[in-house]
Design a protein around this ligand. Structure first.
Ligand code: SAM
Length: 290
């Protein structure tokens, strides 16, 4: 497959009759996630068992490029094909690539990975999918497609998250302690229905799809956010998304307390708190095409 320059209008390869995918505000959260968890993402990339390096990488569900840029850093010889359904995310990723002088090493492809047949991404040494596999409507089919696009001996890195990070201490906010846990319980109920593979154990599914799982690693993230403006904005954006998903199922008192936290003009705004942190887990599986 030809390398296409990201600055040209032709760079964004569109597959089929793909519709613009609505990602309302997700790009900012993904960028904040990448900024706040940069060390953790780099440490997963460093852990991958690829002693000879990787030259041809595909980042599936790349979003705004958290993994793409970490992998370019880890593998200096590599080119990355960054794939996502969202044209907006891909535009954003290309702008970042240009700003960093990395445009020659990245090609973006807009594609819906729920399609039965995937575009020809070319033969690949490493496929990376971070926080994207759980979105697949047919994970077994997607796993088989990944296996087919890997060169023999190629590696598939699946990275998944336990859920939205927690930002507030248990006793917060004053007057409605435990609010964040109740918000998470509400969104978890929705996820069970709409995103059933979030939090799944990918090991058995990888084996069933013909991979050998060479490693599994869970990273506990616990970052003190008391002095971080980015963590404040990350917490604000995440809770805004939780509100839009779960408002109807929260009690009136919880919703009022959540709205106070989200009101950036309020003295109770989450942006004014000095007790925030980021607590979550990421699990990575390194699977070899047999
Ligand atoms: C939670 S984000 C993760 C983004 C990125 N991998 C990261 O670690 O920051 C999930 C991404 O998967 C993409 N996605 C979800 N379903 C998809 C599909 N069927 N085909 C292609 N991309 C998809 C979304 O547009 C989004 O960018």
């Amino acid at each position: 497959m030809n390398h296409v320059h990201p600055n040209t209008p032709h760079h964004d390869v569109q597959q089929g009759r793909h519709q613009e995918h609505s990602t309302d505000g997700q790009a900012e959260i993904l960028d904040l996630d990448a900024e706040v968890l940069a060390e953790h993402i780099a440490s997963i990339a460093a852990w991958l068992p690829l002693n000879d390096g990787a030259r041809r990488i595909v980042d599936l569900g790349c979003g705004t490029g958290a993994g793409t840029f970490a992998l370019l850093d880890r593998f200096p010889e590599a080119h990355v094909t960054a794939v996502d359904a969202s044209a907006e995310h891909l535009r954003h990723l290309r702008a970042k690539a240009c700003a960093r002088g990395l445009e020659e090493r990245i090609r973006t492809v807009q594609a819906d990975l729920d399609d039965r047949d995937w575009p020809d991404f070319g033969t690949t040494d490493l496929v990376w999918a971070s926080a994207s596999m759980h979105h697949m409507a047919h994970p077994d089919r997607a796993l088989r497609n990944v296996r087919d696009l890997l060169a023999p001996g190629g590696l598939f890195a699946v990275v998944e998250l336990a859920g939205f990070p927690r930002f507030l201490p248990e006793g917060a906010p004053e007057g409605r302690p435990g609010l964040e846990a109740r918000c998470h319980a509400a969104t978890d109920r929705l996820h069970v229905e709409h995103v059933p593979h979030r939090g799944a154990d990918w090991g058995p599914m990888l084996i069933a799809a013909g991979f050998t799982v060479e490693g599994e690693r869970t990273i506990a993230v616990d970052i003190d956010g008391s002095h971080s403006e980015a963590i404040g904005r990350y917490a604000l954006g995440s809770l805004q998304r939780i509100r839009s998903a779960a408002a109807a199922t929260l009690s009136t008192d919880d919703l009022a307390a959540l709205d106070q936290l989200l009101d950036t003009a309020s003295p109770h705004s989450i942006l004014r708190r000095d007790d925030l942190g980021v607590r979550t887990e990421r699990t990575a599986w390194a699977a070899r095409r047999a």
